[in-house]
Design a protein around this ligand. Sequence first.
Ligand SMILES: [Zn+2]
Length: 313
Amino acid sequence: MGLTIGVDIGGTKIAAGVVDEDGTILDISRVATPPTPEGVVEAIADAIKTVGKGVSAEAVGIGAAGYVDDKRATILFAPNILWRHEALKDKIEQRVGLSVVVENDANAAAWGEYRFGAGAGYDDVICVTLGTGLGGGIIIGGKLRRGRFGIAGEFGHVRVVPDGLLCGCGSQGCWEQYASGRALVRYARQRATATPDAATILLGLGDGTPEGIEGTHVSAAARQGDKVAIDSFRELARWAGAGLADLASLFDPSAFIVGGGVSDEGDLVLDPIRKSFRRWLVGSRYRPHAQGLAARLGGRAGLVGAADLARQG
Ligand SMILES: [Zn+2]
């Protein structure tokens, strides 16, 4: 199979791209994400038709945030779009006339990194995406593992703190409340409130108040040596690394790939994650250690991965 089309559904933009067998995006079309669930379906179809015009694409892969059933056809539940048992595969196939595969967005990103990014050369890879929340993907023996019902790899909602912080999912103490972009901002605001003198660079990037601190400010301030920003990354890394050690107990992978906006900081965040991982890995001195790798495809991973999963059928 030659060219396929991958679709990434973001909070503000829907992107559809023509992707070749090497994972290269040849052309891309972006439309704003409409506010209604029906509107999103039409926008996906429009983006596919626009980018696919005059191209002999053979299938479509769609990465969507949410629980996708084991047939890769229906979104059982989406946290950000009001989709409940949404038959997305059928609806898009009717509109574009190509076969469609629907995949969880974190799974699609994991597959993209495994095939064309940091995972090249490894067959047992666990991907963790530290974005606004925390997503995951499991590749064992060179295969994406979805579980019996298609919902495996939802690492973000493993409870790491009994009776901990309330999560958007309704539970408490979920890992993503402690290791995600949103958690990073919370750490920074708390620390800037407690010790403003150690956060002068960080506070200067926003409106001067702890509440005005955003994720991009924390990254920029950390690069400039702001103590509170660096400590906030360390706190995030402490939780992320401890969770990866638990995942090593579960899956024993050869590599972890850490993606999402937080991983853009590279070794600033990865080194403390690796350190925390070693600290919490059971039997650390007596066993081989999985590699801790930064994702390489950035925001393209989901689109490229979805397109490749469509190619694989
Ligand atoms: Zn949760």
